[in-house]
Ligand binder design. Structure first.
Ligand SMILES: [Zn+2]
Ligand SMILES: [Zn+2]
Length: 155
């Protein structure tokens, strides 16, 4: 970070002074929530330390999405260990089919099973954790269906 930028942002100095950078995780040594997430107060507002770190490095989080700790260490503020995810994927990730099928990175049609393109269905008989679905395929199916309806209003 440039020296001029740093001097304009004393919050950054205060923030990073509370971080213990290990070889892997950057551990927050300041105040923490009951769940172990770091808390940082700046401009009279208290927020999540890991979100602050991520936005400091990467800019605003798109859509205000929750950040998932890829390292599963709540007090870690290493931006490289943080990834914006939809709430649903965040909740499911621990037990999710994404976690159970790590080898499959693409759907049968070759769309990436990434955070944006993937969702998990409700549990159903035979698959208590739900099935992983491709949004791109969904859109294509819907498009095909509506096209058929238009062509064949009877069906
Ligand atoms: Zn970490
Ligand atoms: Zn697909």
């Amino acid at each position: 970070m440039a020296a001029t930028l740093r001097s304009q942002r004393p919050a950054a100095d205060r923030f990073w002074a509370k971080v213990n950078k290990t070889d892997t995780c950057w551990l927050w040594t300041g105040a923490k929530t009951s769940r172990g997430y770091g808390q940082f107060t700046t401009g009279g507002r208290t927020g999540m330390a890991h979100r602050w770190a991520y936005e400091d490095r990467n800019g605003p989080i798109p859509g205000g999405l929750p950040l998932d700790h890829l390292c599963r260490t709540p007090s870690c503020v290493n931006p490289a260990h943080l990834q914006p995810v939809t709430q649903r994927v965040n909740i499911l990730r621990g037990e999710s089919v994404v976690a159970k099928n790590p080898a499959k990175t693409h759907c049968p049609k070759g769309h990436a099973y990434d955070e944006i393109n993937t969702y998990v269905t409700r549990p159903y008989p035979g698959n208590p954790s739900g099935a992983r679905q491709c949004r791109a395929c969904d859109r294509e199916r819907k498009r095909a269906t509506s096209w058929k309806r238009r062509k064949n209003p009877q069906s």
